[in-house]
Design a protein around this ligand. Structure first.
Ligand code: ATP
Length: 322
């Protein structure tokens, strides 16, 4: 099977072609960015609107494929204005190419990508993106949320802090860079059972910045604090479930210090630690295509293509096989 896939949940508009054997035939993307502020939904949608034809045409051209079997798009969760552009593009091209359309959950696609890109079988999924921070295990046909960030997610927390100290969007990579020369100063540490609470820590770091604490020290300390909290709940998830694998997925997985902490913890517990390659750990359409194929082969069909801005990962019936 050959699938044309579209991703447009937030800042990235992407289109790719992937086969049911997992071969990536093309992968074209463009990300809305800003040096002055965070993501503004209407601006991200304008970015997608302006570029979608160009991106889809390029993905088709580069794949050298003329006949497709399926078009997969991400139906949510995400920002409504961005999702609407993806849906519109998906409808247009599925009509033009006369192929069925399947809408998939963006977060499930991130989790499934761990099976496309790594050797994992039955892991604890550590899903850390801009909008999501969840510790997940697949049990009884559902992705069960064992723990999550209660208010804002890890990526958003870093972006919010970064915005306040003038780093623009996305701030994660810039914080990682500045952290390299920083030293530790104490910040609140808030783990509640299996959940973590990040917003108070961001507020505390911002107020320290206003009192002239060095940017580098704050970047180092916010990373050490937030990542330690995530490592603690991941360790507890491994202990509770008895699983022996963990995999990190999502844009924040690009952070080397976070991976280092998690891999040290896994090693100490004799668990294997995997990470989805950086190129595919953030938003991308290859995972959407892979998810579309998995679901289509499992018999799922999208009768009324729509967007689902608030669809939760644990509401999806996992009827497909990896
Ligand atoms: P979702 O996939 O849940 O809809 P999203 O689209 O915002 O959310 P991703 O593209 O997966 O998320 O990730 C983007 C996030 O990753 C941003 O918050 C960004 O700051 C963060 N990020 C990227 N690189 C790094 C890094 N090196 N260190 C820390 N955070 C990073």
């Amino acid at each position: 099977m050959l699938c044309l896939a579209i991703e447009s949940t937030a800042h990235t508009f992407a289109c790719s072609v992937i086969s049911s054997k997992g071969k990536i035939l093309s992968d074209v993307r463009d990300m809305y960015q800003s040096n002055t502020h965070g993501i503004i939904p209407s601006e991200a949608a304008q970015h997608h609107e302006k570029l979608y034809h160009q991106i889809i045409k390029k993905a088709i051209e580069e794949s050298k494929i003329e006949k497709f079997d399926l078009l997969a798009y991400s139906r949510g969760p995400g920002l409504s204005p961005s999702l609407k552009v993806g849906l519109k593009a998906a409808k247009e091209y599925s009509e033009d190419l006369k192929i069925p359309l399947i809408g998939v959950n963006h977060c499930c696609s991130h989790l499934s990508s761990a099976h496309l890109f790594t050797e994992v079988k039955d892991p604890i999924y550590i899903f850390v993106s801009g909008a999501n921070t969840q510790i997940i295990a697949l049990e009884g046909g559902r992705f069960r949320l064992l723990g999550e960030a209660l208010s804002i997610a890890l990526g958003n927390a870093l972006d919010k802090f970064g915005r306040e100290i003038g780093l623009g969007f996305p701030a994660g990579p810039k914080i990682e860079e500045l952290a390299k020369t920083g030293k530790y100063i104490e910040l609140p540490y808030v783990v509640k059972g299996m959940d973590i609470e990040l917003s108070g820590i961001v507020t505390s770091a911002i107020s320290k910045f206003k009192k002239r604490t060095k940017k580098e020290d704050l970047c180092f300390s916010i990373q050490e604090t937030l990542f330690s909290m995530l490592t603690e709940v991941t360790e507890r998830a491994l202990a509770h479930t008895g699983k022996t694998e963990a995999v990190i997925i999502g844009g924040v997985a690009a952070n080397k210090r976070l991976s280092e902490m998690l891999s040290i913890m896994c090693k100490e517990r004799n668990a294997k630690f995997y990470s989805v390659p950086l190129k595919y750990s953030g938003d991308n359409s290859v995972m959407i295509g892979y998810q579309g194929i998995l679901e289509y082969l499992a018999g799922n069909r999208t009768k009324n293509p729509d967007i689902h801005p608030y669809e939760r990962t644990d509401s999806i019936n996992v009827n497909w096989k990896y």
